[in-house]
Ligand binder design. Sequence first.
Ligand code: ZN
Length: 119
Amino acid sequence: MLKYSSKINKIRTFALSLIFVGFIVMYFGIFFRTKPIIMTIFMLLGLLFIIASTVVYFWIGMLSTKAVQVTCPSCGKVTKILGRVDICMYCNEPLTLDPALEGKEFNEGYNNKRKSKEL
Ligand SMILES: [Zn+2]
């Protein structure tokens, strides 16, 4: 079953996993201590992942400033909405800013202008 999660949370998880991948790649580089060139390649690759993660984190920061803060009707906590529909960061309640979509089943396609016309 496909589980939906808040967009900001999703991107955050992605950025965190990039850091882990970066460290794992760098860790493998240690096994090639005797071959400096291979070790350097692993280290640079690991560094690239970590840089990519920093960029993603920066991007989340930019997105967060554009996100609309709302109080979730289900759990009462303040959460952020990105796009027309999103999910509460705390209780996974589907939320929408568009009154026309209220009560409809959650569909991530509503965030895509072209796709939402087909729906
Ligand atoms: Zn909630």
